[in-house]
Design a protein around this ligand. Structure first.
Ligand SMILES: C[S@@+](CC[C@H](N)C(=O)[O-])C[C@H]1O[C@@H](n2cnc3c(N)ncnc32)[C@H](O)[C@@H]1O
Length: 362
């Protein structure tokens, strides 16, 4: 069975979560951007046919439905989809154009080949790119870099860390032609510095994801990562890498990812729990939340103490390096409030914490 056939047979739970994140972000961020700029684009670089065979909608249909829903608002959400496979492209056309007829442009070619036309269409308008390939070979750095460097761009990249890590592993191993594996990875990362940074004894997947994250951050300003796992087995599926220059975008995405993962975990746990234990669910959750805030509090204190004085917004941002998608804005607030009450943060006021506010760690 071809990769595309097995992929579209049914929508897996981790794909469903990816779609929820996408839709929530489209709702929240594009509204802010469109109000400021008059219109906003969503670019689905690896769109697929629009529906899975089990009837579940794919990313381009979800985006089209959302665009149609908000089309009465004064600022339109325009959509650009790219799909390389001709058969899937025909289905994509069929499934998207009637939903939001004047708002959708579909390209039948590779994402890489479509970039010049896409950039022309976007002009100076803000855009949110969703980059969702199979594996890593179809996102050469040469294609991605101009996207990440254009102004007012947010990107959500589905980075297949396992595939990239395997290429690195083969490069360092004794197999024949290791150089070709190295060259493939050079193309994706846009550099060969990883060959000297990563040690043969390192965990390749983790090391390469870090290198990629640094590359994306260099091009876009800031990049944060969230690893998506199979909620039942805990097995790594892929890393969602979010890149933007706007801090607000990160706060929004952080809360969305966090909420989506929690909701899913809750559903899985609820299903696993025996009936008599289900009533205790809320109690478990409250306890887990308290422990999370406690852990976050200590992490924030360590970060803040090292700096002495730091703005609240900057502190949250610093923490995102390791805490992205693990705790929501409300958890950060609760943790900082506790530190204030414990006297570990000095401040004149006891209530309300604003992003630009200075916190002094004692
Ligand atoms: C992971 S699937 C996309 C799923 C879709 N984004 C969704 O969430 O419903 C990847 C899709 O990209 C297409 N594809 C593969 N190589 C491509 C390329 N170089 N450019 C554009 N599309 C490509 C595949 O045919 C496939 O339909």
């Amino acid at each position: 069975m071809r990769k595309t056939e097995s992929f579209y047979a049914s929508r897996r739970e981790w794909s469903e979560r990816k779609h929820q994140v996408l839709l929530k972000y489209l709702g929240a961020a594009t509204r802010i951007l469109a109000t400021r700029f008059g219109a906003v684009y969503f670019v689905d670089g690896f769109a697929g046919p629009g529906y899975y065979e089990d009837g579940a909608p794919g990313s381009p249909v979800l985006a089209a439905q959302h665009a149609a829903k908000v089309s009465t608002e004064p600022y339109p959400l325009r959509l650009i989809n790219v799909e390389v496979d001709e058969k899937l492209f025909q289905q994509l056309e069929q499934h998207t154009t009637h939903i939001a007829p004047t708002l959708v442009t579909n390209f039948c070619c590779s994402f890489e080949a479509a970039i010049p036309q896409i950039l022309k269409l976007l002009g100076n308008l803000p855009a949110f790119f969703f980059i969702d390939p199979f594996g890593v070979k179809d996102i050469p750095w040469e294609a991605l870099e101009p996207v990440l460097k254009r102004p007012y761009t947010d990107a959500l990249i589905n980075f297949h860390g396992r595939t990239a890590g395997q290429l690195a592993g083969l490069f360092f191993s004794q197999v024949r032609r290791p150089l070709s594996y190295g060259e493939r990875l050079n193309k994706v990362l846009g550099t060969d510095v990883w060959q000297s940074q990563v040690k043969p004894s390192d965990k390749k997947r983790e090391a390469i994801i870090q290198c990629y994250l640094e590359q994306v951050a260099k091009a876009r300003g800031i990049a944060c990562r969230h690893d998506v796992r199979d909620a039942t087995s805990g097995r790594y599926k892929y890393s969602l890498i979010f890149a933007s220059r706007a801090r607000l975008a990160f706060h929004i995405m952080n809360d969305i990812l966090c909420e989506t993962e929690r909701e899913y975990e809750k559903a899985v746990q609820g299903f696993k729990l025996q009936k008599p234990l289900r009533g205790l669910e809320a109690q478990f959750q409250a306890q887990a939340e308290m422990m999370l805030i406690q852990e976050l509090k200590e992490q924030l204190y360590t970060l803040g103490k090292a700096k002495g004085r730091v703005r609240y917004g900057d502190l949250c941002f610093e923490a995102y390096r390791t805490w992205f998608a693990r705790a929501k804005g409300s958890h950060y607030l609760a943790a900082v409030k506790q530190l204030i009450q414990e006297g570990r943060i000095r401040r004149d006021r006891l209530t309300g914490v604003k992003p630009e506010e200075w916190l002094e760690f004692t």
